[in-house]
Ligand binder design. Structure first.
Ligand code: GCO
Ligand code: MN
Ligand code: MN
Length: 390
């Protein structure tokens, strides 16, 4: 055990579907045996995780009888209890069954939409029974290949109706549960509605109970399309809407790789951890650090636990690096912002006096433009911290 080995207080969580991923892909069969959810709970606890998250059907198979469901849930709860693990987040599988081939909440057939909402109500009941306080919505099938099939505005409206309906359901049951919406640009659909965290943030503002809805951004999903994940997360945090986060590794322009956290683009991973931990001084993210990733297809079960420990250790190492970076006097000097309270006060808010004073202000654009900002030194310092020589 060293300083970077995970502890429950780090609040690391994994989905049953992540470490339980058997390595099936569009070109090949599973390479690992399925693992029982109770076994996953025991092994994750041994690795130092805090909790485990699940889709309804990760635990209770589709179509199980009520008696079967209750038996499975009781066994699972006993395993959680035995190993001191919690279920902070739950979600619905609205993508696996062929009934969702045209979408779930946005499908053209109202019977499919009704089935999706009913399945989600049941899955919310399950999540709450297991103690979840966050409920994730990832609309993997909510999109199109043949865009002529509907007016895309209908897809958006139907999703709003479903969200409003389900928010009311949660309120009606008296559940203490918040929703977190997860964006993805494509895969498995050609194009998915609400492609980015930014799209989701706006959509949330149009909901009836927007205060109970936030986002669940995923590293891979913004990175696939070449966007800055750190900027998307920052916007969510600034809006008070970062309710959950899916951490993994991804290279730009590829299919959703779901790699071990930090295994690609360490610099972005560092900047993300720095943001979440608030080492620069901003507010810290207090929710669980969830890994939505899976082990390489080359691995056996031992490799899966190496993968899980790797995600958590990398996060902890980056947290230590972020603290050291933001405490480095050279870094602090380089990022110390110019302070001129008088000038700042003028543009903080509009008044006709401020506007008039602004017109009269002595400003020297050529002089301001000539100054070098030292960002080459700053970025090199960051690289040196990351490379372990500072
Ligand atoms: C994906 C998604 C999913 C969701 C999960 C929880 O690309 O497959 O990231 O893993 O996060 O369904 O809603
Ligand atoms: Mn994903
Ligand atoms: Mn995800």
């Amino acid at each position: 055990m060293d300083d970077f080995d995970p502890r429950p207080s780090d609040q690391f969580t994994f989905g049953l579907w992540t470490v339980g991923n058997p390595g099936r892909d569009p070109f090949g069969e599973a390479v690992r045996e399925p693992m029982a959810p109770t076994h996953i709970v025991a092994k994750l606890a041994e690795c130092g995780a805090y909790g485990v998250n699940l889709h309804d059907n990760d635990l209770v198979p589709f179509g199980a009888s009520a008696a079967e469901r209750d038996r499975i849930v009781a066994d699972f709860k006993a395993a959680l209890e035995d190993h001191g693990m919690v279920v902070p987040m739950a979600t619905t599988n609205l993508f696996g069954h062929p009934v969702f081939k045209d979408g779930a909440f946005s499908a053209n057939d109202p019977k499919v939409r009704a089935f999706a909402i009913r399945k989600t109500m049941d899955a919310i009941d399950l999540g709450v029974e297991l103690g979840a306080s966050t409920y994730v919505f990832w609309g993997g099938r909510e999109g199109t290949e043949a865009d002529a099939c509907r007016d895309p505005r209908e897809g958006i409206k139907r999703t709003r109706e479903a969200m409003n309906f389900l928010c009311e359901y949660v309120r009606d049951q008296g559940y203490d549960l918040r929703f977190a919406l997860e964006a993805k640009p494509n895969e498995p659909r050609g194009d998915i509605y609400f492609a980015t965290t930014g799209h989701m943030l706006h959509f949330i503002e149009t909901l009836d109970h927007k205060q109970m809805v936030g986002v669940n951004p995923e590293v891979a999903h913004e990175t696939m399309s070449g966007l800055s994940f750190v900027h998307g997360v920052a916007q969510a945090m600034e809006a008070g809407k970062l309710f959950h986060i899916d951490l993994n590794g991804q290279r730009i322009g590829r299919y959703d790789q779901d790699l071990r956290f930090g295994s690609e683009d360490l610099k972005q991973a560092f900047l993300l951890v720095r943001l979440l931990e608030g080492t620069l001084g901003g507010e810290r993210y207090e929710g669980p650090r969830h890994f939505d990733a899976h082990a390489y297809r080359t691995e056996d079960e031992a490799g899966v636990w190496d993968f899980a420990r790797g995600c958590m250790r990398t996060y902890n190492i980056l947290r230590a690096k972020a603290r050291a970076f933001d405490a480095d006097p050279q870094v602090r000097e380089l990022i110390a912002e110019a302070r001129d309270e008088g000038v700042q006060a003028l543009t903080r808010s509009y008044s006709s006096e401020n506007a008039a004073a602004l017109r009269g202000l002595e400003l020297d654009p050529a002089g301001l433009a000539r100054r070098g900002l030292g960002y080459e030194r700053l970025d090199q310092l960051m690289c040196e911290h990351l490379m372990g020589v500072r």
